[in-house]
Ligand binder design. Structure first.
Ligand code: SF4
Ligand code: SF4
Length: 98
């Protein structure tokens, strides 16, 4: 691989706010520390993840948050492509997270 020409993908984070249970997994295990808790809470009283200030271009689209979330409350799409959300997330209302 030519590291001079290799491109790191950039992801866009989507959070389905009302599904989140504030378990912290996505925030703890994101390899680029993209996520922080919101100041707001959802209808059940849980804070939910959002993109940290200054980290708007730091998601590398590893999709680990998507895999690890027990509530299917977060997913990422390629910021360069109009991707369809994963089937398990379709029909749910997702905030942009940014
Ligand atoms: S896809 Fe990876 S880099 Fe992007 S927010 Fe999720 S865990 Fe972090
Ligand atoms: S892993 Fe899922 S449930 Fe846990 S804080 Fe993140 S979005 Fe919320």
């Amino acid at each position: 691989m030519n590291l001079d020409t290799a491109q790191v993908p950039e992801g866009r984070v989507h959070v389905i706010v009302e599904r989140c249970k504030e378990c912290n997994f996505c925030i703890t295990y994101c390899p680029t520390d993209v996520l922080v808790y919101s100041e707001e809470t959802n209808a059940k009283g849980y804070r939910y993840p959002e993109v940290a200030p200054g980290k708007e271009h730091s998601c590398v689209l590893c999709r680990f948050c998507d895999l690890i979330c027990p509530e299917l409350a977060i997913f990422t799409t390629d910021s360069q492509q109009a991707e369809t959300p994963p089937a398990e997330h379709q029909g749910a209302q997702a905030d942009d997270g940014q």
